[in-house]
Design a protein. Sequence first.
Lengths: 358, 395
Amino acid sequence: MTFTLNDDAGMLKESARDFFREQAPVSRLRKQRDAKQNGRDPELWAEISALGFAGVIIPEEYGGAGLGYVALGAVLEEAGRTLVASPLHSSALAGASALMLAGLDAQRAEWLPKIAAGDAIATIAIDEGAHHAPGKSKLKFEGGKISGEKKYVADGHVADVIIVAGGDALYLVKADAAGLTRRELVTADSRGAADLKFENTPAEKMNGGADIVDAILDRARIGLAAEMVGQASEAFEITSEYLKTRKQFGQVIGGFQALQHRAAKLFTDLELTRSCVLAALDALDRGDNRIAEYASLAKARASETLHLASNEMVQLHGGIGMTDEHDAGLYLKRARVAEALYGGASFHRDRYASLLGF
Amino acid sequence: MTDQLETFRAETRAWLDANCPASMRTPMAGEDDAVWGGRNYKFASEDAKLWLDRMAARGWTAPTWPKEYGGGGLSADENRVLQSELKRIEARPPLFSFGIWMLGPVLLEYASEEQKKEHLPKIVRGEIRWCQGYSEPGAGSDLAGLQTRCEDKGDHWLINGQKVWTSYANYADWCFCLVRTDTSVKHEGISFVLIDMTTPGVETRPIKLISGSSPFCETFFTDVKIPKDNMVGRLNGGWEIAKRLLQYERTNISGFGSGARVDVVDIAKAHVGLEGGELADRDLRARIAAHKMTERAYALSVQRAQEEAKAGGNVSHMASMFKVAGATLNQDRCELMVEAAGNRALGWSGEGFAPDEIAITRGWLRSKGNSIEGGTTEINLNVVAKRVLGLRDTQ
């Protein structure tokens, strides 16, 4: 096991950091939101793709870089820092993983090069109710067609290809397929999503059963946890900086022990969570056989830490943290969406207990 | 891994196979199985003594210390190999020692050549057992407020005062001690001295804890004369050494004295029971799961810090963070064990309760000290806030 980035991943992280800081700071999300783009920013996506970020885990034979999950996790963490609204996680990680793990040869050959180049956006459609419950699917498959519903599909409103989980099977559906109705959702995090309705929609069955659905989800969870660590780190650093500059009672408020201890506890929590996420990404690249444990550990801890970091960001900023003008609200809104996606802390605690045999 | 390390691993494995007695490859039954050494130490078994002597002869009780002072002279990589081989055969630690964990590292850094040659080899061999004279009745969290006087009497130092929470002072041969050599200043008036506990005027009195055990003492110094050579570092330069030593202590202490080593999950399975493969108490199950996650997160973080230290990163300032997290983790574990064991963990003594059950009760009570000893959680959070995060009273 290692927690240290190799040269390739290190360089990728640095270039991601520079790019997102300069080209996609939080103000870009704010602009997208104010222009009611609901997560759509084709120009930004083109730039992200041009840097190769959409093909980090995709094998070289399909036009990707074949660098693995640690490398993509590093990019996602940097994207998380400035709340970059793009389908990077849905397409380059979740969608690409689904095709790599469950795609038929022809499906991989058709879609992976497009995903790697950013020419096609992929996503995975899992949940059918208000809560993450991959085991509960009412999706029906008959004669090459699926019927059913999927809710709050991340980037479902912009995706070109959707990998649909049907409990113990996976189906590939093109966004323009007949019988697919997409209802675009305007979401709290300003990234958008979609409810999908399938009525005898042509679908290609993919390889694998429930275990592969789990394997794909675990990749999505670990990758999202990496993005969340970036969000929590930035939220913490902005808050910590504020504590050093805001003055009340004639001194900086960071000198007050009550606030120092809250900051120190949050920092400790964040560092413990970072170790879990780095270990989980590394476990994917090593092909560790306890991926499910790592995934639930990373996603539960990231959800708890980001929950705390985003709440503390608002509270420790005081009144200004409640204003729309400040970024704290944007971190808070994204936090709750990311926490819920692919299972929150309570879902993963429950799963972790089962995996550990109690 | 390099060929050299592979060779070292093979040699180490062969040596351990030949030299680690079979009884030293079994789990320790309790704190009585820990070997502390010292002038008057009574070993629980012949094997325990044999194991210590053999390891000490190679310097492997302090594997990374230089050979000239009795250490093993191993590189960090070689030490990792040694530790993994020891773990592989589930070998017991040959020696528990404040000398190795706390004093040795600062002697290597601050002591004179004569002091190193005098004290380090005896620590390695477990011949001299050390205790720590830091806290005083009036100087706990505010350690630098200590008042034990050390006066220059020309050919010796004269020491008068009282220490408290001196771990195992009643068993120790020597004490490393913080004393006041200048009363006109605070931090800059402290020195670091070494005191032979058999010197006339040294007296110890065990303190009984809420757990029923007495691992700590009060230690009194009344007109204690010690040689001038027994000061480490310069006069009034003890605070820097004291702080450095605390970093080593905090790294070692976080889960110390936790008593029971059983897994909380096993306790819960036994006393709460499973329904459909899951703990019958859903609320407890969720809290144990959260605890197991924190436990794993802590272990991974320690591993990560070791890797970053190896890569040259300065992680010494993280000791306080690990101290806080480790203490909290251990206390949570103990609380969950008591809860999971129900009334079986609410006994105190007698035949109505098994030794394992009493160990849970007493370990739980002992664990309350984890967030107090070696710097309270509150003090360590101050350290993290100020030194790691740079939060200060004024900017």
